[in-house]
Ligand binder design. Structure first.
Ligand code: NAI
Length: 341
C-alpha cells in the first residue's frame, strides 16, 4: 500500500503541530491537502509543509478523490458535522477532542461512523499515547497498585494565554472549561479505571479574571466524580498557571500509589543561581505532549494500513463529553448531577 494521503482542516495552535507531524515525522503518510479560513495559514501549508492542494472550503476538500484520510483540528463545535461529511465521502477520519459539544449531535455522528465500519475513526486523546501514561496504565493492568480508589488529575494551561482567552471568551465555542480542558482527565479516569462515571459535583471560581463571570467561562474549576464501583475522580482544571503547563495525574490503589509528572518538569536540567535550585517546567501542550502527538498519528496511519480500529473511539468521545456536560451543569446549577446510562 502506498503512502496514506491526508487532508487537514485547521492550522491553528494545534493544527500546525499535527500538520508538521504528518508532513515530516510520521512514516507512511503524506500531508497532501490543507483547509483553513485564513489565507496566511494556507500559504504556510504550501511553503513550509509542501502540501499539494489548499482549500478554503471543507466541502470541496472532503470530495478530493486523491485523499484517503481527513484530520480534523478545527474548533470543537465543528467536529461532528465535519466527521460526518468525511465519513460519507469515504475517508478515514481523525478528529481532535472533544468529538462534539452536544450529545444528540454526537449520537448522530456515531451512527454515521458505525455505518462505515471499513473506515477508520480515531479521537485525539493523545495522553493515552504518552509513554509515561502507558507505563502507568500497564502497572494498573498488572494489578501493581491493587484496586484503584482515587484518580486525581490536574490540567492547568499557562497564564500567558489568559489575555487572549479573556478577549475572545464571549465569542468562543469551547464548550466551557470542563469540555475544553477536563475532557482529557475525564478520559484518563475512564481509561485507568475501566469504569463509567455515575455522579459528578463541580465548582468553579474566577479570581484573577472576574470578568469571565459575565460570559459564563471559568478560569479555575474542580470536579469530583464517582465511578460505577465507587472509585473517586478528583479533577482540577484551569487556565491560569504561572509556572507553565501543569498536567499531573495521581493514582491511589489498595497496594500503592503513583504520580505522573507530580512536578511538570521540562527536562533533566537543574539550575543553581540567585533563585536557589531551579527546575524548569514544561511551558505548553505541544512541548509536553510532543511525542504523544506523533505516536497517536502514527497509530492512526498504522490502523489504516492494517485495517483495524484504534483503542480510542467515538464512544470514548461520547462518554467524556457527557461527563463534561454534567460537570458544567453541576457548576452552573450548584447541584450534584447523576449520569444516566
Ligand atoms: P485555533 O483557533 O488555534 O485554530 C482553529 C483553526 O480552524 C484555524 O486554522 C481556523 O482557520 C480553522 N477553521 C475554523 N473554522 C473553519 C472553517 N469553517 N473552515 C475551515 N477552517 C476553519 O484552535 P486550536 O487551539 O488549534 O484548537 C483546535 C481543536 O483542537 C479544538 O477542538 C481543541 O479542543 C483541540 N485541541 C486539542 C488539544 C489537545 O491537547 N489534544 C490542545 C489544543 C486544542
Amino acid at each position: 500500500m502506498s503512502n496514506i494521503k491526508v487532508g487537514i482542516i485547521g492550522l491553528g495552535r494545534l493544527g500546525k503541530v499535527h500538520a508538521g507531524n504528518l508532513a515530516f515525522r510520521v512514516p507512511n503518510c503524506e500531508l497532501y491537502a490543507a483547509c483553513s479560513m485564513v489565507e496566511a495559514e494556507l500559504e504556510y501549508a504550501k511553503k513550509k509543509l509542501g502540501v499539494t492542494k489548499t482549500y478554503a472550503n471543507y466541502d470541496e476538500m472532503v470530495k478530493d478523490p486523491e485523499l484517503d484520510a481527513i484530520f480534523i483540528v478545527s474548533p470543537s463545535g465543528l467536529h461532528c458535522e465535519q466527521i460526518q461529511k468525511a465519513m460519507e465521502n469515504g475517508k478515514h477520519v481523525f478528529s481532535e477532542k472533544p468529538i462534539g459539544l452536544d450529545v444528540a449531535e454526537i449520537e448522530k455522528t456515531m451512527a454515521v461512523i458505525d455505518a462505515h465500519p471499513e473506515q477508520i475513526f480515531m479521537l485525539g486523546f493523545m495522553r493515552r499515547y504518552d509513554a509515561d501514561y502507558q507505563y502507568a496504565k500497564e502497572m494498573v493492568e498488572k494489578g501493581e497498585l491493587g484496586e484503584l480508589t482515587v484518580v486525581r488529575c490536574y490540567g492547568i494551561d499557562p497564564s500567558d494565554g489568559m489575555e487572549s482567552f479573556v478577549k475572545f471568551a464571549g465569542a468562543s465555542n469551547s464548550g466551557g472549561l470542563f469540555a475544553d480542558m477536563s475532557i482529557h482527565d475525564i478520559d484518563l479516569v475512564r481509561w485507568f479505571t475501566n469504569q463509567e462515571v455515575k455522579k459528578v459535583w463541580a465548582l468553579g471560581k474566577n479570581a484573577a479574571y472576574k470578568q469571565l463571570d459575565e460570559v459564563g467561562e471559568l478560569e479555575t474549576g474542580a470536579a469530583m466524580l464517582q465511578m460505577e464501583d465507587k472509585t473517586m475522580g478528583i479533577l482540577v482544571a484551569g487556565r491560569n498557571c504561572h509556572h507553565g503547563y501543569h498536567v499531573e495525574t495521581e493514582l491511589i490503589g489498595t497496594k500503592g500509589m503513583l504520580r505522573i509528572a507530580q512536578v511538570p518538569e521540562k527536562n533533566l536540567v537543574t539550575i543553581m543561581n540567585e533563585h536557589g535550585v531551579v527546575r524548569p517546567t514544561s511551558q505548553n501542550f505541544p512541548e509536553r505532549f510532543s511525542q504523544a502527538f506523533v505516536n497517536e498519528t502514527a497509530e492512526f496511519i498504522n490502523c489504516i494500513k492494517e485495517n483495524r480500529q484504534p483503542g480510542v473511539n467515538a464512544n470514548d468521545g461520547l462518554q467524556s463529553t457527557k461527563v463534561a456536560i454534567a460537570c458544567q451543569k453541576s457548576y452552573e446549577e450548584d447541584e450534584l448531577v447523576l449520569l444516566s446510562d
